[in-house]
Design a protein around this ligand. Structure first.
Ligand SMILES: *Cc1c(COP(=O)(O)O)cnc(C)c1O
Length: 339
């Protein structure tokens, strides 16, 4: 399609847009009596109109049932997180058993690194992008320190070349090759929060893993934004938040992915809690932790139902729109912007 730099052309695109009715499914902040033009969904997505009723449902069930809501609520709280799994797994290209919504993003990064950053005296370094999101930098620094390593020595950052903004894929692969015998972990974002650069996760994963290096991704700016195939790519672990592109509300529940290949490995060190133990014996309140074979093993606590209700409302809007259609529109808008 040949783009045109006219108002009429832009309006024609709006009229033909098969997703245009979805604008009405979100509340827009107001400015001088009209909807703001909102370009910060990458920081906090707008509130779906349905969010209130999803949260109200849980408030009603809490009012009506008290503690029995864990089993008697319309969506029983005991297993509430499970109703978020399939839709979330689809967005990251994971199996349902590989994905769980829990905690917050940085919390999940730490919990996953407890299992997947296992440094030895020879192999203890972490390769990451320069100018990663600060929370990720602090997480990596303190993980290295926790294991007795100095962050300046343990963390290797790949930078853009002088005069460039994006980091070249070939430079990432060269860094993996150069440090292959000392790297314990390669940990990148899927999309850099500041430059918007999409990293070639498939190639990074393959090149690191062939040297026995574990690979994790922070998908805060990738989930709900670009196509992801974590299972197929063989990524070891990943985490993301749901309040940016997924519109689940401030500080809402985050996601975690652990590849199937690790599920049966019960010798992986974890920081455990009662929500990670086998569901059928959980309420026997016994001493022995019986690890769930799946990402749910990493759960610690009973779930934050109110923020999960907001997350469910938001995921239902995405499901209704169809993520493939959102991607198509996104690519089209990008080509128009470039034009
Ligand atoms: C938004 C963002 C965070 C924020 O972390 P929280 O734990 O959700 O506060 C962390 N890392 C990246 C890459 C982000 O984009």
């Amino acid at each position: 399609m040949q783009h045109q730099n006219t108002l009429a052309y832009a309006q024609e695109l709006d009229n033909k847009d098969e997703l245009k009715s979805f604008r009405k499914k979100f509340h827009f902040p107001q400015h001088n009596g009209s909807d703001m033009v909102y370009f910060t969904g990458n920081s906090l997505g707008l509130q779906p109109v349905t969010t209130e009723s999803y949260i109200q449902q849980e408030l009603n069930d809490w009012k009506q049932f008290g503690v029995e809501g864990h089993f008697l609520a319309k969506n029983p709280w005991f297993s509430y997180h499970e109703i978020l799994t399939e839709q979330s797994a689809k967005l990251v290209g994971g199996l349902s058993s590989e994905v769980v919504m829990m905690n917050q993003l940085t919390v999940n990064l730490h919990l996953l690194m407890v299992s997947f950053y296992r440094p030895t005296k020879q192999r203890y370094k972490i390769l990451c992008e320069a100018k990663a999101f600060p929370s990720d930098q602090y997480a990596l620094q303190t993980q290295a320190q926790f294991h007795g390593f100095a962050p300046d020595d343990a963390i290797i950052e790949v930078e853009p070349r002088a005069g460039e903004y994006a980091i070249r894929s070939e430079d990432i692969l060269a860094a993996i090759e150069k440090h292959k015998d000392e790297l314990a972990l390669v940990m990148f974002s899927g999309v850099n929060y500041f430059t918007g650069q999409v990293f070639d996760m498939k190639t990074i994963t393959a090149n690191a893993q062939k040297h026995g290096i574990v690979v994790g991704f922070d998908l805060a700016h990738a989930t709900g934004n670009i196509d992801l195939h974590l299972h197929e790519w063989g990524v070891d672990f990943a985490a993301w938040c749901s309040y940016k592109y997924l519109n689940s509300g401030p500080g809402s529940v985050a996601g975690a992915f652990v590849h199937e290949k690790h599920h049966k490995n019960t010798s992986l060190p974890i920081f455990a809690g009662w929500w990670g133990t086998d569901k059928t014996s959980r309420f026997k309140m016994e001493k022995t932790f019986v690890p769930i074979h799946g990402a749910e093993r990493w759960q610690l606590s009973n779930a934050p139902i109110l923020s999960m209700a907001a997350c469910k409302a938001a995921l239902d809007v995405i499901t209704e729109a169809g993520f493939e259609k959102m991607r198509k529109k996104s690519a089209f808008l990008l080509s128009y912007l470039e034009f």
